[in-house]
Design a protein around this ligand. Structure first.
Ligand SMILES: [Zn+2]
Length: 339
């Protein structure tokens, strides 16, 4: 067996998106053959089949913050159907002849890169989703990568400017009244932190689920300001009925329609030409992403310098292109999985 073929036998991604590392671990989707289920973070496409894993796996492993996020999203009893083990960053979990550790990833609260070391001392790493600039590099022989923006055209040269643009848009909008912000769990809280750090002191008003997720973020050290209110709060109702300045946050999937003159901001990672784009009379998209762009993904691979790379095609169509670019530019064997 060639060296690459030998390495390939130690990691793959299944048709349902389970990232298999070593002999025992399945990350981010259920796999019947694996006793250990890992949840790298609480986004839905990384909790695939978690109910089945809770029922059938020996243990489901996640960071304490990810456990708390899942509690907030699905209710406190949801995880109680199975054995859950929380693992802090850097803490080791030994299962037979393999060692599992989590490493920090800058994505949403609780996100972990997953490292499995087997008895031949092969280091098998799955990055999960990450933003490059604040994610520590982990050394690895086999690198399993997210490839969301794995196409060379997916670059954001302006990413440093986006936070400032978000702040000034919100400041402008607040002069007229409420401002509506749409985004995903995790990204919404990041926007709250950016606005709070910019000393925007108006109330932040949110639906119940976003309130629960925000409280988890605060418990784990994020500073989101001290004016976070749920829609049902009397104080929130007063602010809303009087059309006072406030920032109102909704999930991207919400069907809430913003009426009148109120400013509406949507956060999206799929913006590459400009940091901010006007899409309606009072509506803007800001290019705020929780993922690395193409150049950053490639830089991670280059600095990691693994013996082979697997790109995640289950979660990104760009995985084939990214694998080809890695081979062409870095001369490191790479392939997308599943086929
Ligand atoms: Zn994610």
């Amino acid at each position: 067996m060639s060296e690459v073929a030998h390495l390939e036998s130690k990691a793959t991604i299944t048709n349902v998106g389970a990232v298999l590392l070593g002999k025992h671990v399945a990350c981010d989707a259920h796999d019947e053959s694996r006793p250990i289920r890992v949840v790298t973070h609480a986004h839905a496409d990384h909790m695939v089949g978690l109910g089945k894993s809770l029922k059938n796996c020996e243990v489901s492993v996640m960071t304490p913050a990810t456990r708390d996020m899942i509690h907030a999203l699905k209710g406190p009893r949801w995880l109680g159907r199975g054995a859950v083990k929380t693992l802090d960053y850097g803490e080791a979990f030994i299962y037979e002849d393999e060692t599992l550790t989590f490493h920090y990833a800058d994505h949403i609260l609780g996100t972990a890169q997953v490292l499995v070391e087997d008895k031949e001392q092969t280091r098998i790493l799955y990055t999960s989703d990450f933003r490059y600039s604040r994610t520590p590099l982990v050394e690895a022989d086999i690198l399993v990568m997210e490839a969301t923006y794995g196409d060379p055209f997916r670059v954001r040269p302006f990413s440093m400017m986006v936070e400032g643009i978000l702040i000034s848009l919100v400041e402008q909008g607040l002069k007229r009244g409420p401002v509506y912000v749409f985004g995903y769990h995790g990204k919404l809280q990041k926007m709250m932190r950016i606005l709070y750090e910019a000393k925007i002191k108006t109330p932040f008003i949110v639906p119940e689920k976003i309130f629960r997720v925000s409280k988890v973020c605060e418990r784990h050290g994020m500073k989101l300001g001290n004016q976070l209110l749920q829609f049902d709060d009397e104080e929130a109702q007063l602010v809303l009925t009087q059309n006072e300045p406030s920032v109102i946050f909704y999930h991207s999937y919400s069907r809430k329609r913003v009426e009148g003159e109120a400013l509406c901001i949507r956060a999206s990672g799929w913006e590459f030409t400009k940091p901010c784009r006007k899409i309606g009379a009072n509506e803007y998209v800001v290019a705020l992403s929780d993922h690395s762009d193409f150049n950053e993904l490639l830089e991670y691979v280059e600095r990691c310098n693994p013996r082979m790379v697997i790109t995640d095609r289950h979660r990104s169509e760009a995985a084939n292109i990214f694998a080809r670019e890695i081979e062409k530019r870095l001369k490191i064997p790479a392939k997308a999985a599943p086929k």
